[in-house]
Design a binder for this molecule. Sequence first.
Ligand SMILES: Nc1ncnc2c1ncn2[C@@H]1O[C@H](COP(=O)(O)OP(=O)(O)O)[C@@H](O)[C@H]1O
Ligand SMILES: [Mg+2]
Length: 385
Amino acid sequence: MDIIKKKIGIVGGGQLGKMMILEAKRLGFFVAVLDPSEDCPAHSVCDLLIVGDLKDPKGYYELSKHVDVITYEWENINASTLESLENEGHVIYPSVKTLKTVQNKKLQKTALFTNNIPVPRFSPVAGINEIQEYGKPGNFGYPLMLKTTTGGYDGKGNALIRNAGEIETAYIQLGSGQKELMVEEYINFTKEISILACRGIDGKKVIYPVAENTHENSILDTTVVPADIDSATSEKATDIANKVMTVFEGVGTFCVEMFVTGPGDIFVNEVAPRPHNSGHYTIEGCFANQFENHIRAIAGLPFGDTNMMIPAVVMINLLGVSDGTARLLGLEKAYLDPYVHVHLYGKSKSKKGRKMEHFTVVGATVEDTTRRARDLKSILRIIGE
Ligand SMILES: Nc1ncnc2c1ncn2[C@@H]1O[C@H](COP(=O)(O)OP(=O)(O)O)[C@@H](O)[C@H]1O
Ligand SMILES: [Mg+2]
């Protein structure tokens, strides 16, 4: 088949889907999207929007009728329907086997651990008594992380337990055992970093520079590139990301989130089988961005270069300040700095804490770029009216 005529289907039409489409359209691919919302961010840029619940098989079957290859912007989707489609001969990247492993944090960490990739110690737990056992000195101890194995994002499936007295609240917060739970040793990290990596159908890989991430209330707030780590740590992290891509045999862009400790140890926190918020910096920062390489990967095309085009990039997420019809404030003022790019996702409704947009600033040094980005954070705001 003529590669450009290839039709791409994306499960999920949020901002990640939208940014994938913008790259796919550059090459003229037809793109269909499945999303529950008629005015999802992708709706304005896709060729076909199928409105359907992401749990319901119906939309997936409809999507599959229109496309040659299916990908996804989000991992909390209906893997068993995708599996049936794959068994019927539909092409899905990353594969459903990869998706099923990655979408469950226990299976994901087990796969990493058995392949000698460093992860925090972890264990599935059935109830409060077992959590108590893991909190004891000599075991994982406190603080202890409790996580749902599936469905978590932006910290929503996690609870930090600081002492035995907090176990019950954490257990109730995460659904009182309705969902499968696991505990994890708490890593007293000095930095959180992530690496985007992309693997082709032929197994060839490209790896992006290390990004340094700061979270606020478990939601990514800032990404700074290059990360403030020494070259040995950077090489170690890159090596780990490379190995992760081999373990999952993923096709497409993946994100590997890692913790770095004081002595320079690295632990993989989690892997996302898709482009990631912490890779948005690649749009203005790198020769070929994470979305472009994802599209190239699933279309069987060679990759674009992942190196930085400029010395420093800072990305900041902007969350809705209040609820209501979304209104962006401060754009004219922000654009007085010609090295600023604002990415509005096109969500018509603002909600307090909802990811509405991000912006990047590029510059000659991390210090100067970070300062300019910080100044903008108070100028650019999305409010609800
Ligand atoms: N074992 C851990 N030790 C220390 N901090 C952790 C641990 N696990 C998660 N965190 C913190 O919580 C954040 C969200 O956790 P993560 O498992 O990545 O959940 P999500 O799927 O919601 O992104 C991490 O970015 C990190 O800041
Ligand atoms: Mg995470």
